[in-house]
Design a protein around this ligand. Structure first.
Ligand code: FAD
Length: 429
């Protein structure tokens, strides 16, 4: 089939954000061209979902695909601790969030993203793989998009362009959009898939485990019956100082901490390790032109500690798609663009707040307390579960949590955890 030279919306990036937007727009009858630089299935990091994203996955028609696949691991909670094994807290979604959000899935992204991309095609979007956007020319009436498909350049004219290219952020790069660094400390994540990692028993078998170490943290994410994703995030400065390669430093760190050693005693790697800079940023505007919207990581990247990336990608894409449905041929006005930016930024900032708590040693002590004052744990659990629309009582509890964590510096509301040295927290932006 010849590629279309006109579309209502051209979407660059066939990850969760791009496919979610394509499904919503195509179902409503819009002509959508979804361009993906690579081909599915392809490796991606970001494997732990949050239960408050389930409703959107249901709406997109993907939840049934996940259930039918049968291989995705059910995630019924999250647990946080210290890598020396001395401290541990488990959050069960059923207890904290109620039966409607009792579980979600851990997903091997190659399969998850391929399901979403296929859904976009079923919904009526024209999908192209090996199709990389190379230039954008927005004007008052639309956007002219150039992309290469299997080595041949193509041009398509669209009323609107939606950037879902993840951290490649194609429009940010091509249009030189102003960008704000939201985490001054540069970190590097190294991760790999393993077989034979020891699992929890019963309902907690699919839990994500996050273990804090001085200057960094580890994740363990059970992906299916055999495979577990294990990752290590540390300060780039520390890696430079010890002089090891990222891979060798990953092996060193896994052997160095008791809690990791125990879980990995009988494990072996089944895929090579990958490394990714964990550098948080956001663009100043997520609607930098009346014809262009940014979604997911292409709008901003939030530190992955609370597994919020896919949720924010799906939510921002869904909001962007609905905005485009309301505007149809019309350009996005200044107020609409400012509101979209503010709304997506509000969701990102909810996470940035508790991310600061995680990296800051006194705040982490409060985070690890099983019964902190004023029941602030409920607000934290709501965010750990992906709830971004907080009712007033939970908003008050979240403010109380931030107040308590400031007090914790001087007044120990929670027991001290001496094994942690503070690592620089992200800035609020
Ligand atoms: C170390 C680490 C751990 C993480 N852990 C989690 C986690 O546990 N849970 C979670 O929810 N999130 C996690 N994340 C975040 C998660 O990876 C992202 O937030 C999520 O993938 C964003 O989805 P997206 O659709 O915006 O972008 P992506 O998933 O990055 O998809 C973007 C797509 O655009 C394509 N593309 C790029 N350039 C072009 C171009 N020029 N033209 C066409 N296509 C293009 C790419 O090939 C890609 O397929 C983690 C991130 C990191 C770095």
């Amino acid at each position: 089939m010849n590629p279309p030279d006109k579309a209502d919306v051209v979407i660059a990036g066939g990850g969760p954000a791009g496919s979610a937007a394509a499904i919503t727009l195509a179902r409503a009858g819009r002509r959508v061209l979804l361009l993906e630089r690579d081909a599915h299935p392809r490796f991606r990091i970001g494997e732990s979902l949050l239960p408050y994203g389930n409703d959107l996955l249901r709406e997109l028609g993907v939840w049934d695909d996940l259930v039918a696949d049968g291989r995705f691991m059910e995630k019924r909670g999250a647990e946080f601790g210290t890598a020396d094994g001395a401290h541990f807290q488990r959050f069960s979604f059923a207890q904290g969030l109620g039966p409607a959000h009792a579980f979600t899935f851990q997903v091997e992204r190659s399969r998850f993203d391929a399901l979403l991309f296929a859904r976009a095609a079923t919904a009526g979007a024209t999908t192209r793989e090996h199709a990389a956007v190379t230039s954008l020319a927005p004007d008052a009436h639309g956007v002219t998009v150039t992309y290469t498909h299997a080595g041949t350049p193509h041009t398509v004219r669209a009323r609107h362009f939606l950037d879902a290219t993840g951290r490649d952020a194609v429009s940010g790069r091509l249009l030189h959009l102003p960008k704000i660094a939201t985490q001054p400390a540069r970190r590097l994540a190294t991760y790999a898939h393993f077989h034979g990692v020891t699992r929890n028993d019963g309902d907690a078998a699919g839990n994500i485990t996050i273990l804090r170490a001085p200057g960094g943290w580890f994740w363990l994410i059970p992906l299916d019956a055999e495979k577990t994703s294990v990752g290590y995030v540390r300060l780039l400065a520390d890696l430079k100082e010890n002089g090891l390669s990222p891979d060798a430093d990953f092996d060193r760190a896994l052997a160095a901490f008791p809690a990791l050693r125990d879980r990995l005693a009988t494990a072996h790697r089944v895929a090579p390790a990958h490394s990714t800079g964990d550098y948080s940023y956001r663009f100043r505007s997520f609607a930098p032109h009346p014809r262009i919207l940014l979604t997911g990581d292409a709008a901003g990247f939030v530190d992955p500690i609370f597994s919020s990336g896919v949720l924010l990608a799906l939510k921002s894409a869904h909001r962007a798609a609905r905005l485009l449905l309301r505007h149809d041929e019309r350009p996005l006005g200044p107020l609409t663009r400012a509101r979209y930016t503010a709304d997506v930024r509000r969701m990102m900032n909810l996470y940035r707040g508790i991310i600061r708590a995680f990296y800051d040693a006194p705040s982490f002590e409060l985070f690890m307390h099983p019964e902190p004052p004023w029941d602030v744990r409920r607000a934290v659990l709501a965010l750990v579960g992906g709830r971004t629309e907080l009712p007033l009582p939970l908003r008050c509890r979240l403010h109380a949590f931030h107040l308590c964590r400031h007090l914790q510096r001087w007044l120990p509301l929670a027991p001290r955890i001496p094994s942690l040295t503070a690592c620089p927290p992200p800035t609020q932006a």
